[in-house]
Design a protein around this ligand. Structure first.
Ligand code: MN
Length: 237
């Protein structure tokens, strides 16, 4: 039996959203490693329904998207904060919290890494250049092709991420202006860029709770080592 992976979707954040959307490569990546991908619609205001959703899947993939509302981790909005989606925040934070309580495997990509961290009680840097200083950090919003790795990442020795990649240094693509500030209780930093920006976190008390800041779903077709990441997720499920 294939493992069922619930993949979160997004919606427009202007006007009244009429559609849920999801970049196809998230689905293809899960399909490619033998998972059964199911796209999860955003459910607003119904925690019981979200909990039932968690019951029906074997793992959850939290996908990329807009910023998390800083009020949800105890901060006022910075001027460089991007768009937010209160309905998606409600849905994904409940989804992640319920899944963590059940120790269900979770893979968080980009926004998904941030959602995972906030759900578990951590905080987020609202805008990397403003927080650390424009000249102190690398370009984390690349203009190179989407699949192309533009900065290096150092993986922490002894981490789950090291076991997945079997190396301490990889290069990744980068499409974020936010990053993990304080990892949530029970989580460790498992990778950083050379400028100190946190690029991955993992839960040490969970079967599989991994958040990464880059976009492996855009890279695995050209760089097979990124398939290992999705494979490790399916294996944990
Ligand atoms: Mn980056």
């Amino acid at each position: 039996m294939r493992k069922v992976i619930g993949i979160t979707s997004s919606q427009q954040t202007v006007n009244d959203p009429l559609e849920f959307t999801l970049p196809k490569l998230y689905v293809r990546a899960i399909e490619n490693v033998g998972g059964l991908p199911l796209i999860l619609p955003i459910i607003d205001k119904d925690v019981a329904l979200i909990a039932e959703m968690v019951e029906r899947v074997d793992g959850i993939l939290l996908t990329g998207g807009v910023d998390v509302d800083p009020m949800l981790f105890g901060e006022e909005p910075h001027t460089e904060m991007g768009r937010i989606d209160p309905e998606r925040d409600f849905f994904e934070l409940h989804l992640a919290k319920i899944a963590l309580e059940k120790n269900l495997p979770i893979l968080g990509i980009c926004r998904g890494c941030q959602v995972l961290n906030v759900a578990a009680g951590g905080t987020i840097v609202q805008d990397i250049p403003s927080f650390y200083g424009k000249d102190k950090v690398h370009k984390h919003k690349q203009t190179a092709p989407r699949w192309y790795p533009t900065h290096s990442v150092e993986i922490v020795k002894g981490s789950k991420l090291e076991a997945i990649f079997k190396t301490n240094k990889i290069t990744v693509n980068s499409y974020h202006h936010q990053s993990v500030k304080e990892p949530a209780p029970g989580f460790i930093v498992s990778a950083k860029a050379k400028d100190g920006i946190i690029e991955a976190i993992e839960g040490i008390e969970y079967k599989y709770a991994l958040g990464i800041q880059w976009h492996p779903e855009l890279m695995w077709q050209k760089y097979p080592q990124f398939k290992n990441l999705f494979q490790s997720f399916i294996d944990a499920c």
